[in-house]
Design a protein around this ligand. Structure first.
Ligand SMILES: Nc1ncnc2c1ncn2[C@@H]1O[C@H](COP(=O)(O)OP(=O)(O)OP(=O)(O)O)[C@@H](O)[C@H]1O
Ligand SMILES: [Mg+2]
Length: 509
């Protein structure tokens, strides 16, 4: 038998206006962890979706365990012991963990020899056993909508294992996790490899590749440009291969020039839908020309602060002032108009209309203004002109330019549309929540430069990020949140990364 468990030979896949994979030959060894690296839109998800039977290649052949196969559907892939955890999970919200895991392959039995039923007890037990074997702790009877994203991801992994997957594909699994959860997942992946599984890991994080991968395939605009041994390749070199230029990892910025106070948050308290206080008596202010970052471990109330300012969550107590105007109870539309730009955490739910085009999404908050609309008639050609400017300026890549439906675009390029729209609206306050999640390192560098450029134009910036490095890179002022309270506000230069990390864990100043 061949040394390779998977061989993709000369694979080409075209979508309207774009070659997503261009004559790619990729060979994967049994029992290795292979990383796939590449810019947003390079074709990583597409290539792996073909291995999982979601698309069929236009040209090329796939061999599994030395045998030529036609993987025409995910069911076919499952039969070949291939499993995939997608960039956006696909679980049924109201089902239990076990129900989700067994979906489609329920263990059916007959009571008294004729009455069919699903043996959920047996399934629960098998799930519990698998979860123990691989250190993926879950409660089989919990409902999906009640568990955290990281536990949902465990369910996706268990789902593959329940189906006896031997070849496991992970599409950006760490993008949605906190640093602690990432450590845990990487351990789980190693563990799976040590149990004989073959792993394919798509990620933008070079240090993850360094930590666990054996080899790394680099894709660039649809082509496989390099296959490197991770042990002998530096992260700098990998970055260069992928972006095609040197990446500095350092942000050049001038000393900030603060102007007047733009945002003032006074004694803000916010309750969640279970009436639980998630933000407790928080006060801070942001001046024009200042990047104020809230650092913290996920789930400590930082997103709720952003949502309360943008009007997505009601304020229980306290006040929010924008340029001295009380906006505490203003409608969302009004807030948008008076001057708040918002890049939300969940891009697909709150940031975009997936069935609309790039141009339509670019003007989503301004289409009713005279620039884009006259006497109730939309000036569509103006949408397109504007959309094209955004594509150019923010390097948004897609098959059919402004006419591309956003749903068909790569995750990172979807994010770039939101960032372009919110920055370009030219408002006094921009809130960025996890702005670079899912972006490649070249794109992250550019977004950081843009954040600083906006600051230098005199905007007030609120940055909420779980990435400590991002906070340390961009912030002028840092507020550390813990358990719904901002414990520490200080000039960024006066704090070390270690100190911020400690405050985030609740260590007292
Ligand atoms: N269903 C589709 N219809 C049309 N175009 C598509 C479709 N799926 C992907 N594409 C295009 O193919 C290209 C590759 O997309 P893909 O999702 O594979 O990129 P990626 O490397 O996974 O990027 P990211 O890091 O942003 O997730 C992109 O230009 C994308 O717009
Ligand atoms: Mg992708």
């Amino acid at each position: 038998m061949s040394e390779y468990i998977v061989e993709m030979r000369h694979i080409t896949k075209k979508f309207p206006g774009i070659i997503a994979n261009d004559d790619v030959t990729l060979k994967i060894k049994k029992g290795e962890i292979l990383a796939i690296l590449g810019e947003n839109g390079a074709g990583k998800s597409t290539l792996m979706s073909m291995l999982f039977g979601m698309y069929e290649p236009d040209e090329g052949e796939i061999f599994i365990r030395g045998e030529k196969v036609n993987i025409t559907s995910p069911n076919e892939a499952t039969k070949l012991n291939i499993g995939m955890v997608h960039q956006h999970f696909k679980l049924v919200e109201d089902y239990t963990i076990t129900q989700n895991i067994i979906l489609g392959i329920e263990p059916k039995k007959k009571r008294w020899g004729f009455l069919p039923y699903v043996d959920i007890k047996e399934a629960n037990q098998k799930v519990a056993e698998l979860s123990k074997q691989y250190g993926l702790e879950v409660n089989p009877t919990s409902i999906i909508k009640d568990i955290t994203v990281s536990v949902q991801q465990r369910v996706e992994i268990l789902k593959m294992l329940y189906r006896d997957a031997e070849i496991l594909i992970f599409d950006e699994p760490t993008a949605v996790l906190t640093p602690q959860e990432i450590e845990f997942l990487l351990q789980v992946i190693k563990n799976l490899r040590d149990n004989g599984k073959t792993i394919i890991l798509i990620t933008h994080k070079l240090e993850e590749i360094k930590k666990i991968a054996d080899r790394c395939a680099v894709l660039c605009r649809g082509k496989l440009v390099e296959m490197c041994e991770v042990a002998t390749t530096s992260t700098k070199e990998m970055a260069r291969l992928m972006v095609g230029r040197e990446v500095t990892f350092e942000l050049a910025k001038k000393v900030p020039k603060y102007g007047k106070e733009v945002l003032k948050v006074e004694h803000l308290t916010v309750k969640d839908k279970n009436n639980f206080e998630v933000v407790k008596d928080v006060s801070f202010s942001i001046r024009s020309g200042e990047v104020f970052a809230i650092a913290g471990v996920s789930g400590n109330g930082q997103v709720e602060i952003a949502d309360a300012i943008a009007g997505l969550m009601p304020v229980t107590e306290g006040k929010i002032l924008l340029n001295n105007e009380d906006i505490t109870h203003m409608s969302i539309r009004k807030r948008t108009e008076v001057g708040i730009g918002y890049i939300p955490e969940d891009r697909q739910t709150y940031g975009l209309l997936l069935d609309f085009t790039v141009a339509e999404n670019a003007v989503l908050k301004d289409y009713f203004k005279s620039e884009f609309c006259e006497k109730g008639i939309l000036k569509r050609e103006k949408f397109d002109t504007y959309g094209n400017q955004m594509i150019e300026k923010y390097d948004i890549r897609s098959g059919q330019g402004v006419k591309t439906q956003v749903r068909s675009m790569s995750g990172g390029n979807q994010q770039k549309i939101i960032i372009a729209r919110e920055i370009e609206r030219d408002v006094p306050l921009i809130i960025f929540v996890q702005p670079t999640r899912g972006l490649d390192i070249g794109a992250i560098e550019k977004i950081h430069e843009q954040i600083i450029a906006e600051r230098d134009k005199g905007k007030a910036i609120l940055l909420i990020s779980l990435e400590l490095e991002e906070v340390m890179n961009c912030a002028d002022t840092i507020g550390v949140i813990y358990n719904g309270q901002i414990k520490q506000i200080a000039d960024a230069k006066s704090l070390t990364t270690k100190q911020v990390g400690e405050y985030m864990m609740g260590v007292q100043a």
